[in-house]
Design a protein around this ligand. Structure first.
Ligand code: GLN
Length: 314
């Protein structure tokens, strides 16, 4: 019997083309004007194993911004900087069942406290926890962390996408001011400074290979299997993966858990970072999104592969 990665290489081109057909059911995100320029039919995937061996197909060189995928890694950095209690003082542990930029539940439970760190309100609160004397210093520390995780020192944010989002982010601005009003963002914190850090980490540009490499570290509980180096304590990765499972695909997380059964995080650029614990890191890009903001073709491809290789954790 061939190694799974060899079987993947053989089957991926065919699976990819079948999933690519699904892109027609989706729409490229347009609320950030720069994102609307992406090709709706693009689709690419890289799956990376513990020794760095990989199987790829489709648009693997395409650059795209991480968007909400970045929230998993800022959460990890916030844990490293502040510890578990300080992070959970700002955000809860529950899925919302609402859209990712929703305000609906911000008044429930504790006023202003976002339900979880992966919805926009929660991720903005998390950005405020990253250590650094200035927004530029915080962004630099985030970039350094992302570069280490992706094993690419050239990783940086797209100035264009950052500016495009910042110029049109009325909703995120209102979420952030709401957090400020409720003292989730403390007195010493300038709302625009926090948003600047948030927009920049959302605009970090990657390809699917970067996402696969970053996911591999999560698949191996925070220790890079290629170097043996511990980048993140195991406990923090465990929490991040739990959030990916319960909230990573926004309000379609339940459906994805049933159909694919692996931790994943999507972004509105059409990227998905997924992992098979102890086995693979996966990066996918497919810009056409379904109604709940996930890549239609990307989700289909991951579901196909999960079924073929029996990846569900349950
Ligand atoms: N930067 C995007 C926003 O705040 C991220 C959202 C997403 O990828 N779902 O709207």
């Amino acid at each position: 019997m061939k190694e799974p990665i060899e079987r993947m290489k053989a089957r991926l081109p065919e699976w990819l083309e079948a999933s690519r057909m699904r892109a027609a059911e989706g729409q490229v995100a347009a609320y950030i004007p720069e994102l609307a320029k992406a090709s709706r039919d693009a689709l690419g995937i890289t799956v990376m194993g513990r020794g760095g061996e990989s199987a790829s197909a489709g648009d693997t060189e395409m650059l795209f911004t991480m968007q909400s995928i970045s929230k998993v890694f800022t959460l990890l950095l916030a844990f490293i900087d502040n510890g578990e209690d300080a992070v959970f003082a700002k955000v809860g542990m529950e899925p919302t069942g609402d859209d990712f930029n929703s305000m609906l539940k911000l008044e429930l439970v504790e006023p202003g406290k976002p339900f979880n760190p992966l919805i926009n309100a929660g991720a903005i609160a998390i950005s405020s926890l990253i250590h650094g004397a200035t927004p530029a210093e915080k962004t630099e520390r985030i970039l350094r962390f992302f570069r280490t995780a992706a094993a690419d020192s050239s990783l940086t944010f797209s100035e264009k996408v950052y500016r495009s989002e910042s110029a049109t982010a009325h909703r995120n601005r209102s979420l952030a001011y709401f957090l400020k009003d409720n003292e989730v963002l403390g007195e010493e914190i300038e709302v625009e400074d926090v948003l600047d850090v948030y927009f920049k980490h959302c605009a970090v540009e990657v390809n699917v290979g970067h996402l696969a490499r970053m996911a591999l570290i999560l698949a191996f509980n925070g220790t890079d299997p290629l170097t043996g180096e511990e980048l993140v304590p195991r406990r923090y990765v465990q929490i991040a993966k739990t959030f990916m499972f319960s909230c990573g695909m926004y309000n379609a997380s339940g459906e994805f858990a049933i159909r694919a059964g692996i931790p994943a995080k999507s972004g509105v650029s059409g990227g998905i970072l997924a992992l098979v614990p102890g086995q693979y890191g996966i990066g996918v890009i497919g810009p056409a999104l379904g109604r709940k903001g996930n890549s239609v073709a990307g989700v289909h491809l991951l579901e196909t592969m999960s079924e073929a290789f029996d990846w569900s954790l349950f």
